[in-house]
Design a protein. Structure first.
Length: 213
């Protein structure tokens, strides 16, 4: 796989022979969401970074406000997908790092080469300002990511993710968050914060959910 990188002015990364790693409409929606909640020193956990399409966007958005992006991925690819085949044929993490260095955002990124659930155990409760979930899109994996990372969010934080059109993602969202989450206009980016987030925490706690919800 050739290392041909094109980055437009919005920070969207393209790879030769592959469609955009993040759709422009979704990237704009995610960027708008970050701007709505941006604050100095904000800490973001990105669950699923792969080659860095959204990582670069997140890093650029917080670099000027002394923020940090924790890029979480084992960089092996999801089983039974084309990513796993790519992960077996090349060093995806090295490719990811090269992309971030080339784009000048590496200093704002803190990679954690491990699974989502392992990484979630590293963070204290109520410490993150934002969690962006875009890793394994199976129902069980998305559900585990929501339940595993929600306790790490500050009460003022934002939980969000991608691919709100996939049945497996929708099922996990509905089961964990009910009808409390929203979708950014003209995009597949879902999010929940503020009062709806607190209501979702209470519902999960009443069901015997996670600690520190």
């Amino acid at each position: 796989m050739g290392k041909t990188i094109i980055c437009d002015t919005r920070g969207i990364i393209y790879q030769e022979g592959v469609t955009a790693l993040i759709d422009i409409g979704d990237a704009e929606a995610l960027q708008e969401l970050i701007w709505q909640i941006a604050k100095k020193g904000m800490m973001i956990a990105e669950v699923g970074s792969w080659m860095g399409g959204t990582t670069a966007l997140l890093a650029r958005a917080v670099a000027s406000i002394e923020g940090k992006v924790f890029a979480i991925d084992h960089w092996l690819g999801t089983p039974e997908t084309w990513e796993r085949r790519v992960g077996k044929s090349m060093d995806v993490y090295a490719y990811f790092k090269g992309n971030m260095v080339d784009l000048g955002v590496w200093d704002a990124i803190h990679p954690l080469v491990m699974s989502s659930q392992m990484a979630s155990k590293i963070f204290a409760a109520l410490i993150l300002d934002m969690v962006f979930i875009d890793a394994d899109h199976s129902y069980e994996a998305v559900k585990q990511d929501i339940l595993g990372w929600l306790p790490k969010l500050k009460h003022s934080g934002t939980l969000c993710g991608h691919d709100a059109n996939r049945p497996s993602v929708i099922k996990a969202l509905d089961e964990c968050l009910g009808n409390s989450y929203s979708i950014m206009p003209n995009s597949l980016v879902w999010y929940i914060h503020g009062k709806p987030l607190q209501e979702a925490r209470r519902r999960l706690k009443d069901k015997g959910g996670q600690e520190a919800l």
